[in-house]
Ligand binder design. Structure first.
Ligand code: WT7
Length: 617
């Protein structure tokens, strides 16, 4: 029974120096870089004789059977109180139990298991347990409101959800009847008596696992490299969120990029500040770093500059992966605060998710004694594609160079800003610094294999053998890639993508609202914030009180993706097909030239009908 509960304890530090026989694991990195090909890299993993491979086995079990068994795999920091640790051996055992428990619950291969949880042990065990059971793991961002949660649970046809009591009663229970596929809800913070009706306490789940578990038996499902493993929702400009499906062999790209771009190797103490509710949290908060055999530090407290510096210092973090918004918040707290701390263990500071200002790169020198290294990738790519590699001269403002084994190009744009496709062909711009849509040649293992239930949308993401990223970029004469902007209307706020259509749809449900157009408005801290332009129905007055009401209405339904600013506009510009022209709203907001207005219709105060399904992303 001792295994059943997660015992919260301050474990003894097991630093890597005390682990014998590690020398063979460390040291051949240069050679691996020089001779790299995806085919060769497959030999770095434990692919069985028949060619089967399972992400969780690669990330954890492989190490639990070797010299890293007693090294701390994950160290959970909590706001107050004790810290909890799991070694690789313990993480293997606990995730085995979770897998056995999920299987006993009825989880079958390819079933979707979601979490709606903050950073806590049960989240990590659910990820690994689901993968071991052959299921598909799908994270939900804990700051989402009830509407985005319901929509993603429904689109993913989730069979199991692991969450806490408050999130369940606020965000899921009111919609439970509309989610026929959601058979089991596991509650992490309640016992049998405290669980809401129709849910199961985590302790009972694990008891089922223990009963079904035989230590001699390998619980890991014999998955194939092309079996689905992860589902990550991302946002487009129109229609529903897109469910990007990744397969088990993606772990190869997580591993290789964690090694090459993040510089991870056994002995590292690594901190990734991304929330596990987004793709960075899975690829580089869990799978990639564990596959490299490092100690992952994770913190459940909210941002606080002093606390972050203290963690970097006291935990002796060696590699730090964070986002521009977080760096800007650190910068704002001043250099003096940074100088109160010292970071002798720190070796590499890395950023992702949104444009990294050159000032932030340089500020890294002041605060950490090293520049911040930018990386670029997307939910769809599953892993880092472009990076300022350790040791490479950083060009502040550039995202770096392509990862080995990844071909990158810039394609000539058409009128709509996206790559021009003529007779199925695109034009690759070969001159340095020419601006166009950034494209990647498929072939890396973590490439998404589908948008769930939407083969047309998937097909539209490719042209002439290229995957089209939706970003505009240029490549300089030395092969450094520079981000120019998005080629579409998707909003990036604090590193998170927000689909304008999802926000507009939620606001449209307010009785005073006739029509909405949503844009990203530049913000010094978050990069962009969501601003909504609202046309009111007859009989409603554009008052500050109504604006406040709409903001709270949005916040209640959408959570963190809700608009932070509302402007009333009885004459929203439309295209001939009746869609609100977000591009024009944005140009006006920024005071930019309005561009080609030939397709603008006379403004209408009538709702423009349903724009879903139109557009290309
Ligand atoms: C979009 C992808 C990055 C993985 C997690 C987010 C933007 C990403 C950078 C960067 C400028 C960046 C792009 C990209 N983005 N990294 N280094 N510089 N922009 O994945 O939510 O799918 O977002 O984030 O626009 O397309 P995502």
């Amino acid at each position: 029974m001792a295994d059943l509960a997660l015992q919260r304890s301050v474990g003894e530090r097991r630093p890597i120096e005390h682990v014998p026989a590690l020398a063979p694991l460390i040291g051949d990195y240069d050679h691996r870089r020089r001779t790299f090909s995806w085919e060769r890299a497959r030999h770095w993993l434990d692919i069985d004789g028949a060619g089967r491979l399972n992400m969780a086995h690669e990330a954890v079990d492989r190490h639990a059977a070797g010299p890293l068994a007693d090294v701390v795999a994950i160290r959970f920091l909590e706001k107050a109180g004790p810290t909890f640790e799991l070694t690789y051996a313990e993480l293997k055992h606990q995730s085995d139990l979770t897998a056995a428990a999920l299987r006993r619950l009825g989880v079958l291969p390819h079933d979707v298991v979601c979490t709606l949880l903050p950073r806590m042990p049960e989240l990590y065990l659910t990820v690994l347990g689901t993968l071991k059971a052959g299921g598909v793991y799908c994270p939900l961002f804990p700051a989402f409101g009830p509407e985005p949660v319901r929509e993603r649970l429904a689109l993913g046809r989730a069979r199991v959800l692991v969450t806490d009591r408050l999130s369940y009663t606020r965000k899921v229970e009111p919609h439970r009847a509309e989610l026929p596929n959601l058979e089991h809800v596991i509650i992490t913070d309640s016992d049998e008596r405290g669980c809401p009706r129709g849910t199961i306490p985590w302790s009972r789940l694990l008891m089922g696992g223990a009963a079904a578990y035989h230590p001699k038996e390998n619980v890991v499902a014999p998955t194939w490299p092309s079996d689905p493993a992860l589902l990550h929702f991302t946002s487009g400009t129109t229609g529903k969120p897109k469910g990007a499906v990744h397969v088990h062999e993606a772990i190869l790209a997580h591993h290789v990029t964690a090694e090459f771009a993040l510089d991870l190797r056994p002995g590292d103490i690594y901190w990734c500040t991304a929330d596990p509710g987004w793709v960075t949290g899975t690829s580089y908060g869990i799978l990639g770093p564990l596959s490299c055999g490092v100690t992952v530090v994770t913190d459940s407290a909210d941002f606080d500059a002093r606390r972050w510096y203290r963690i970097l210092q006291d935990e002796r973090i060696t590699v730090f992966y964070t986002a521009p918004t977080a760096l800007r918040m650190l910068m704002r707290s001043g250099a003096d605060l940074a100088r109160e701390f010292s970071f002798p263990a720190l070796r590499h500071v890395v950023s992702v998710g949104e444009p990294l200002n050159p000032e932030a790169v340089v500020w890294g020198l002041e605060a950490f004694g090293m520049p911040v290294h930018d990386t670029w990738w997307q939910t769809e790519t599953g892993a880092i594609m472009v990076s300022n590699f350790p040791g490479m001269p950083v060009r502040p403002g550039s995202m770096g160079r392509p990862v080995p084994g990844v071909d990158v190009a810039v394609l000539a744009q058409g009128d709509d800003g996206r790559a021009a496709v003529v007779d199925g062909r695109v034009q690759v711009l070969t001159g340095p610094d020419e601006v166009g849509e950034l494209a990647l040649r498929p072939g890396w293992p973590s490439m998404f294999r589908a948008y769930l239930d939407d083969p047309d949308r998937y097909a539209r993401a490719f042209a002439d053998g290229w995957y089209l990223t939706g970003d505009l970029a240029r490549i300089d004469a030395d092969g450094y890639v520079w981000f120019i902007g998005r080629a579409d209307d998707v909003i990036k706020s604090a590193g998170h993508l927000i689909g304008p259509f999802e926000v507009e749809s939620a606001l449209m449900e307010h009785p005073a609202v006739a029509e909405v157009g949503v844009i990203g408005k530049p913000d010094p801290l978050a990069g962009e914030i969501v601003k909504a332009f609202v046309t009111l129905k007859v009989g409603h007055e554009p008052t500050p009180a109504l604006a406040r009401e709409l903001i709270s209405f949005g916040r209640h339904r959408l959570g963190s993706v809700a608009p932070r600013e509302i402007a009333f506009d009885q004459a929203l510009p439309h295209t001939r097909s009746g869609k609100v022209m977000r591009r024009l709203l944005k140009a006006r907001e920024l005071g930019l030239p309005e561009g080609d207005l030939s397709t603008v219709e006379t403004p209408s105060t009538q709702p423009a009908g349903d724009a879903a399904g139109e557009g290309s992303s």
